[in-house]
Design a protein around this ligand. Sequence first.
Ligand SMILES: Nc1ncnc2c1ncn2[C@@H]1O[C@H](COP(=O)(O)OP(=O)(O)O)[C@@H](O)[C@H]1O
Ligand SMILES: [Mg+2]
Length: 404
Amino acid sequence: MIVEHLSLVDFRNYATAELSLHRGPNVLVGKNGQGKTNLAEAIVFLATLGSHRVSSDAPMVKDSRDFGVIRARLSVGSRKVLTEVQINRQGSNKARINGSPSKTSELPRYAHVVLFAPEDLQIVRGDPSSRRRFADQLLIQRAPRMAAVLGDYDRVLKQRSALLKSARARGIRGEALTTLDVWDDKLVALGSEIIDARLRLASDLRSPLASAYAAIAGADHQPELEWALSMHGGDPEEDAAGTAFDAADRSLSLSRRAEMFRAALQAKRTQELDRGITFVGPHRDDLVLRVRGLPVKGYASHGESWSVALALRLASAELLRAESPAGDPVLILDDVFAELDADRRQRLADLTVGYEQVLVTAAVEADIPEPLHRHVVHISDGSISDDRDPAADSEPDTDRGRDE
Ligand SMILES: Nc1ncnc2c1ncn2[C@@H]1O[C@H](COP(=O)(O)OP(=O)(O)O)[C@@H](O)[C@H]1O
Ligand SMILES: [Mg+2]
């Protein structure tokens, strides 16, 4: 798919914005703090129903406004789809598809996006939450219904943890424990489904990750990824190294996994009541990454860490491309070239230029490798001005419409 046109109202620093985009590479250039990432974030939101930068929606609404709107005309195969979401500071968001009200969870069916950003280094170096977020955003793109499953799981987890805390405070046993059993049922049902989908994701990413890593690093360091699961007794949230991973897990049935999950909760119950924390479930799991047999976190060099991060994004793109009837995901390379050495820059450009649509943002135009340096748009303080692009039309370049 491609984004043909993006319109924003009261989104981040844009009162209004109109951005027309081309098939193939597009470049957004502007100094820091002008609104390049905000444009990327708006497109990401349509694909994942969330921001890659903040966990709540309110910061995306322009200051002192009640709601913001993201509208995009997509070209999906031979179809045009008009997608729209209103992000409300308070209350739930509202979506429209081709003008008709629709569930927000329908949006990711049309918009597929893979974003590369400097923060991606956190996926390999940061806390387990960064890796869970990486995986879960991809789960939603593979199967939009996972947005609801993940949302429901979060709610159940909050309720259950609140109950644990109040049980601890009041020393309640008996009846509170019966209520706890009810929450356990929900936690286990939703959690097992998430674990299942994540294990499948890791297994499907394995081969594209290996190819992407070799292509981007120019060397084969045998990258691996596998989930460390809290239901095996350890606590990957604190220390993945001590957690056993059972390869046979991947082929467990959902009901067998649910049984194991429940047993692990039972085993931790005293500890949970003592601490008021839910210790078992996908919210405590970690996606362990290795190169050359060693964990990336704590062992890999800066360059290797970048290669893993880029390879994870490239592998995600390959996976979505292979699976989606809607065609390629839109690739957004937000400010990444400034982070990379010349070799990785060139390889990343060569590996991404073949996608249906690529958006590149940069503060310095010269950082963008040649094959991606097309259709330049300038961003300055929340306003967008189109460069006239001599490659795209035959009229002489008069530099019209450029306000600097
Ligand atoms: N909710 C908001 N309302 C108004 N301005 C915002 C809001 N959120 C962020 N901004 C502004 O957006 C700018 C950052 O835009 P960003 O897209 O991150 O810049 P960059 O071009 O460096 O990627 C900052 O000036 C910030 O103050
Ligand atoms: Mg930015």
